[in-house]
Ligand binder design. Structure first.
Ligand SMILES: [Zn+2]
Length: 400
């Protein structure tokens, strides 16, 4: 098989009056989650010939995924490969013109906001409300639209969210909000078991909703046709599909409340070319101080916290973990003395901010829990700043 690129879609897509080949070839799309919906969305993006795709997932392939994941094979489950890696490889088989980069990690603490800011649209192919809420917050900070999809048995829905128009968190019911905030206030350890409920899914519903998501992504890439009325975007509307009696419904719902905690303006963003997540805390603080002209700087960890030790309640035993909060669960699993303790029995000593008093100045920003190509929220005596770690600009492109 030749790896040389060809003119994918020539003589086919150019028959479509609205299809802009250059726009699609140049497009940058992030797909978060590569399960049932993610597989379908990726397949369609590949067939359309989207130029640049980033696929984010921290999970490995299990046999149960095979019934609804066109990109996965039995041997991938045998070997326990990462979903994002395999999905990327199969997308390349479908269309070698697509540059696709897998990111094995969490959508917030392991994917930098710089990458979010660089893409045209994000597809949320997720199975939990917490993950959707986190993605919504990232997308609002980055100012990038995102297309949500959800499936359950024969029922599915899709929505498009845009900063200033509508917001996932604003549209949550009060009871869902309370449920999610309660889960979020627990430590990551206690949360992990409740986060990913297994949802009954069929291959058919994943195809339908994944297809609608890509259709909406294509509209976002061809915005002029939405403005002139050729297309109607799902932004501010819900698409509901119910397969058992074949009912579909589209209804308006665009909520953007003034008091929503998700609405953050991360502007203006200052690109700092010599700042990257591979730097030590000490050198990063130095670099930021020089850039901002003040030594009074504090990096706020917004997506995770750094945990240096765990202390068991009652007997006060101390266990050094030295990792971001989202990795603490792994440390507990790996240590039999901790594994047998109840989550409520373990206290975390956690840092939410990093400044010159942080005791581990030789750790890198990444070790503390800051992803590559992130935007740092920095508090200073002169106010708040948003600094893009531009030294990492090509970090995700090197991952194939
Ligand atoms: Zn909101």
């Amino acid at each position: 098989m030749s790896t040389e690129k060809n003119n994918w879609g020539e003589g086919v897509f150019d028959l479509l009056s609205w299809f802009r080949m250059d726009r699609v070839h140049d497009a940058r799309v992030m797909v978060v989650g590569s399960g049932a919906l993610g597989n379908e969305a990726l397949k369609n993006l590949a067939l359309f010939g989207i130029g640049h795709i980033y696929v984010v997932d921290f999970d490995t392939i299990e046999y149960s995924n095979l019934t609804r994941s066109i990109l996965f094979r039995e041997e991938d489950a045998d070997k326990g490969y990462y979903k994002a890696d395999v999905a990327a490889a199969r997308v390349r088989e479908i269309n070698k013109n697509v540059e696709i980069h897998p990111i094995i990690g969490r959508l917030d603490a392991e994917v930098g906001l710089g990458l979010y800011r660089s893409v045209d649209v994000v597809l949320g192919c997720l199975d939990s409300q917490i993950a959707r809420m986190q993605l919504n917050r990232q997308c609002i900070r980055a100012g990038v639209p995102w297309v949500d999809g959800g499936i359950d048995n024969l029922v599915g829905m899709a929505r498009v969210f845009k900063k200033g128009v509508n917001c996932y968190e604003c549209e949550l019911s009060e009871s869902s909000k309370i449920q999610i905030y309660n889960k979020l206030s627990c430590s990551d350890v206690a949360r992990r078991n409740t986060e990913h409920g297994r949802v009954p899914t069929t291959p058919v519903i994943a195809s339908i909703i994944g297809a609608v998501q890509v259709q909406e992504a294509m509209k976002l890439l061809h915005e002029g046709y939405v403005k002139d009325g050729t297309f109607t975007s799902l932004c501010g509307r819900w698409f509901n599909y119910e397969g058992s009696h074949m009912t579909t419904r589209v209804y308006k719902s665009a909520v953007w409340s003034d008091d929503c905690m998700a609405h953050e303006d991360w502007e203006p963003v200052i690109a700092v070319d010599n700042l990257g997540a591979g730097m030590t805390v000490a050198s990063a603080l130095q670099c930021i101080s020089e850039k901002l002209g003040t030594s009074n700087v504090e990096i706020n960890l917004r997506n995770t916290r750094f945990v240096d030790k765990l202390v068991t309640r009652g007997d006060n035993k101390v266990f050094n973990v030295m990792c971001p909060e989202f990795r603490v669960a792994d440390s507990i699993d790996a240590d039999r003395r901790l594994y047998t303790r109840l989550n409520s029995d373990i206290n975390q000593n956690a840092f939410e901010n990093i400044d010159s008093t942080f005791p581990y100045q030789d750790l890198t920003l990444n070790q503390v829990g800051i992803p590559y190509w992130d935007v740092l929220q920095v508090s200073t005596d002169k106010g708040m700043y948003f600094l893009e770690m531009a030294a990492d600009r090509n970090y995700y492109d090197s991952r194939i």
